[in-house]
Ligand binder design. Structure first.
Ligand SMILES: *Cc1c(COP(=O)(O)O)cnc(C)c1O
Length: 395
């Protein structure tokens, strides 16, 4: 018999030979514009903490206060004994924030997506998703008992066609879920929500939008893509948000009608069978929600930096994709080359994530530059100059 380790080693070696091996870098500071990585001080361009709230003193104070009162652990799942007054208050505030009747906290976005799709679908139902949706949405489709189909990225005619074909062959009771990222996490582009809502409406499908990267960032008040496109709970009945990105903390939520939230409390397995978030995390998130309003300069500065980056990259012929979000992908395509460029950048004290397959499609390896409100124009100018050299020199 081949030993388990030898068998595993074979797949690991193959991944290494294909330049797809992943290694963790060790962060030795808080998130922010300036970070310490593997013993080196650098400017961080690889965090989803877009508004710079993860290390905000007011969030830290709220976290500490809540820890003094509630301790560290929540002790149980929400349905057993882990649902604290802080969780309850945050859920109400998230409902107000999103303009939905109710909201429900989940421990992670991954779990919110898998659990929601599973709770809303059964065998005989149909789930239709964009091929570039976040892995947690796709996994939700794979783990459900429903039929699961994907359409090419942003190819709405195909989405429409999949939904209409299924209509003609099925009974009228079959439920259909049309699922999309709001902001695509590796491309930074926005889903065409109004068009998707039209398609959903035409086929009696429910539109589910995961706005992990839109909350706090998009819309005049940071209410995310629903505010950006002014879309009601009728148009987007299932809205997902995460708290570990622009809100700077951890966790996730689903927002929608009372019936939707009660359904998830009763039938959402990833909601029911897991420990509630620590109350202190919820306390810090409550403060983050207020800062999205009171420190709106963060969002305004971020959008200024985004425009500055796009203009500068174009001037220097850097192959940046068009994006109005803090996710700024630079398409390098080659897996080995993207690693070479990211190492070159790190050597010059810029920490930029290199994203390779299977996280992105084959042949579309890229740098994923993430901007944040703590950056300055000069940070971006220096990154762009170094990047232009790196793209020219690394082969
Ligand atoms: C990050 C992300 C998630 C996962 O959220 P976690 O809270 O980190 O588990 C889900 N969907 C999208 C689009 C994301 O970018």
């Amino acid at each position: 018999m081949v030993s388990p380790d030898r068998e595993l080693q074979f797949a690991l070696d193959t991944r290494r030979e294909n330049s797809l091996y992943r290694q963790r870098k060790i962060l030795q500071s808080a998130q922010g514009a300036q970070v310490q990585v593997d013993g080196q001080a650098c400017i961080g361009f690889s965090s989803n903490d877009y508004l710079g709230l993860a290390n905000h003193p007011v969030l830290i104070a709220a976290f500490q206060d809540a820890t003094n009162k509630y301790g560290v652990g929540s002790g149980a799942s929400h349905l057993v004994s882990g649902h604290s007054a802080i969780h309850q208050a945050l859920e109400q505030e998230l409902a107000e924030f999103t303009g939905r009747p109710r909201a429900l906290l989940f421990s992670t976005g991954y779990m919110a997506n898998v659990g929601t799709i599973r709770a809303l679908s059964d065998s005989g139902d149909l789930i239709v998703q964009d091929q570039l949706n976040h892995a947690s949405l796709l996994d939700g489709g794979f783990l459900s008992r429903a039929e699961f189909q994907r359409y090419p990225h942003q190819d709405l005619p195909t989405a429409d066609q999949i939904l209409s074909t299924s209509t003609s062959t099925s009974t009228s009771t079959k439920r259909k879920l049309l699922v999309t990222d709001g902001v695509f996490s590796m491309d930074g582009d926005l889903a065409d929500r109004p068009a998707l809502a039209d398609i959903a409406d035409r086929h009696d499908a429910w539109l589910m939008v995961d706005d992990a990267h839109g909350f706090g960032v998009l819309g005049a008040n940071g209410r995310g893509i629903a505010e950006h496109f002014d879309m009601s709970v009728e148009q987007v009945p299932v809205l997902i948000g995460t708290l570990g990105k622009a809100f700077g903390t951890f966790g996730a939520f689903v927002a929608g009608s009372d019936a939707l939230i009660e359904t998830l409390i009763q039938f959402g397995r990833t909601y029911i069978y897991t420990t509630a978030l620590p109350p202190a995390v919820a306390a810090a998130t409550r403060v983050a929600l207020t800062l999205v309003d009171s420190e709106s300069w963060r969002r305004q500065k971020l959008h200024h930096l985004i425009a500055h980056f796009q203009a500068g990259a174009r001037q220097l012929d850097i192959p940046v994709l068009e994006s109005v979000t803090p996710i700024q992908p630079v398409l390098i395509r080659d897996d080995e080359k993207v690693m070479g460029i990211s190492e070159y950048l790190l050597d010059k004290s810029f920490w930029v994530g290199a994203i390779r397959p299977p996280t992105v499609p084959r042949g579309s390896a890229r740098l994923r530059i993430a901007l944040n409100a703590e950056h300055d124009e000069s940070d971006i100018d220096r990154l762009l100059d170094t990047l232009a050299t790196a793209v020219r020199e690394c082969r």
